[in-house]
Design a protein around this ligand. Structure first.
Ligand code: SF4
Ligand code: SF4
Length: 489
């Protein structure tokens, strides 16, 4: 049995909201496996882990697990099913930054043809695990898609499993923590032991009693050397935001502009750790759990589906005709984005498809009620930031704290004037990043220019010095010759 404790979190989230959770809609005891679609779509640059390059060509035959994309970050994505590469074309994608991108299209063969990695044998070091995560395509499965291995530096003190899943409607993590608890615990233990981390915190909201039961029973059966601190959080949105979870569970304030790892804390989604456990056994990520939910679906539920399956294939799994829907929200009602083309393939970061008809009331002027500031978990003044952005002053919005905004949309949920505050902040933060990139590029160009000037100056000084030496030698030789002529005369 692993050493563990279960405790209530003694800290309170500042701000935040209590939206209708709507989780019962998709929560079922089990999770169904969906059959293979006719084709799988893998965006080369938008599958998670940054821009990539195709490792396969049209007409190639691939096994389940054959590497097909290599990202700049090193992350490898594999074919989720055996089949044939039938095209590499610009295709619709499900991503907030683009609608189309170069994609690999695979037609599944239905064969049980697998190309997995060799299992790792314990004990192994952190470098071995990092390489395995790269080969198996392990990313943050909570939606961010950050390459997990980049968080695994030496000197980390705590691993937090982020099981809060505080967004309404989503039950992906809830399902995983109930049905694949052992994999999650094993992945967390092996990662921690390879990094010499002694404490693993599991943060879950207190509206998940079945998850708590599953975790406790898995810990009783585990032989992990780590100490597990299971923390029950008040059910309040957004307690699962990384910075807030670190503060709620550990009391550590992650400074603005930095990440939890800089405070010695690794935060991972439960699905990421379960995938890591399978990767240790040799299986790269080929499938994931997706919550299909919303009042517009005939049978909301959680399903296990191959990466690359088109959105329409998932919608059909809920006995719903995709043509009856005009759009679908990927990622949940608070932080998700809307897509209208259902031929796009799901990626490793697709955790939820939400289908519901929402009447968005027209926006009216701000009445300065201050409700948005009251619920902001980062203590910002959203109304000030939106005034600045609407007035075209990005600098003023940044001065008001735009770069601290976590885009949680709690402010949207309470605004009586229905101002799409979070959408403004998403756009503003995007522009701020662009501007920062421009500034970085300008600084690099200036550095290069100054370095070139220094180099030219150094070359000129060296030439000058050589010339002076030559002149001195010549003068010396002339002087000697003059003296010799005098002596001989
Ligand atoms: S979206 Fe930004 S401004 Fe609005 S509540 Fe969340 S953190 Fe605050
Ligand atoms: S909640 Fe809406 S109306 Fe009230 S201050 Fe904020 S932006 Fe203005």
């Amino acid at each position: 049995m692993a050493d563990y404790q279960i405790r209530r979190c003694e800290r309170q989230l500042e701000g935040g909201i209590h939206p209708e959770t709507q989780k019962a809609l998709s929560t079922t005891d089990s999770c169904i496996f969906v059959g293979d679609p006719k084709r799988l779509v893998f965006p080369i640059h938008f599958s998670g882990g940054g821009p990539g390059e195709a490792l396969v060509a049209v007409a190639d035959i691939v096994s389940q697990g054959t590497p097909i994309i290599k990202c700049q970050s090193g992350i490898t994505h594999v074919a989720s099913r055996a089949g044939k590469v039938i095209d590499i074309i610009d295709h619709e994608i499900a991503h907030p930054a683009a609608t189309k991108s170069a994609s690999i299209i695979i037609e599944p063969s239905g064969l049980e043809d697998q190309n997995y990695l060799d299992p790792l044998v314990w004990p192994f070091d952190a470098d071995t695990l990092r390489n395995r995560a790269i080969e198996a395509g392990i990313l943050g499965l909570g939606g961010a898609g950050f390459p997990s291995f980049k968080k695994w530096s030496e000197g980390m003190q705590t691993l937090i499993i982020n099981g809060a899943e505080c967004q309404p409607y989503l039950t992906t993590d809830d399902t995983l923590m109930r049905i694949d608890t052992h994999s999650m615990i094993r992945g967390a233990s092996m990662l921690s032991q390879s990094l010499d981390i002694k404490t693993i915190i599991i943060g879950i909201e207190d509206n998940k009693p079945e998850v708590l039961e599953a975790i406790e029973s898995a810990l009783k059966e585990s032989c992990s050397d780590c100490f597990f601190d299971v923390v029950l959080l008040d059910t309040k949105y957004p307690s699962g935001s990384e910075r807030h979870l670190v503060w709620l569970t550990l009391g550590i304030e992650v400074p603005t502009g930095s990440h939890a790892v800089e405070s010695g804390v690794i935060v991972h989604n439960p699905g990421t750790l379960a995938a890591l456990s399978r990767a240790i056994d040799g299986k790269p990520i080929t499938d994931r759990i997706v919550t299909l939910t919303g009042e517009a679906l005939a049978a909301p539920q959680n399903i296990v589906v191959p990466i690359g399956a088109p959105i329409s294939h998932l919608i059909e799994a809920t006995d719903t005709n995709p043509e009856s829907l005009t759009s679908i929200t990927i990622g949940g009602p608070m932080m998700g984005y809307s897509v209208t083309n259902f031929t796009a393939g799901i990626t490793k970061t697709t955790n939820c498809l939400l289908a519901r008809e929402v009447d968005i009331p027209p926006e009216s002027p701000c009445i300065r009620c201050g409700a948005c500031a009251t619920v902001c978990p980062v203590r910002l003044q959203p109304q000030q930031m939106v005034f600045a952005l609407k007035g075209g002053s990005l600098d003023r919005a940044i001065h008001e704290g735009l770069t601290d905004c976590i885009e949680c949309a709690a402010c949207n949920a309470v605004c009586p004037s229905h101002i799409p505050l979070a959408e403004w902040f998403r756009l503003g933060r995007f522009e701020a990043r662009d501007k920062a990139n421009d500034q970085r590029l300008a600084a690099k160009a200036r550095e290069r220019f100054e370095a070139r000037n220094m180099r030219l100056k150094r070359i000129s000084l060296e030439k000058e010095a050589k010339r002076a030496v030559r002149q001195a030698k010549t003068a010396d030789a002339l002087e000697k010759a003059r003296k010799a002529r005098k002596e001989s005369a």
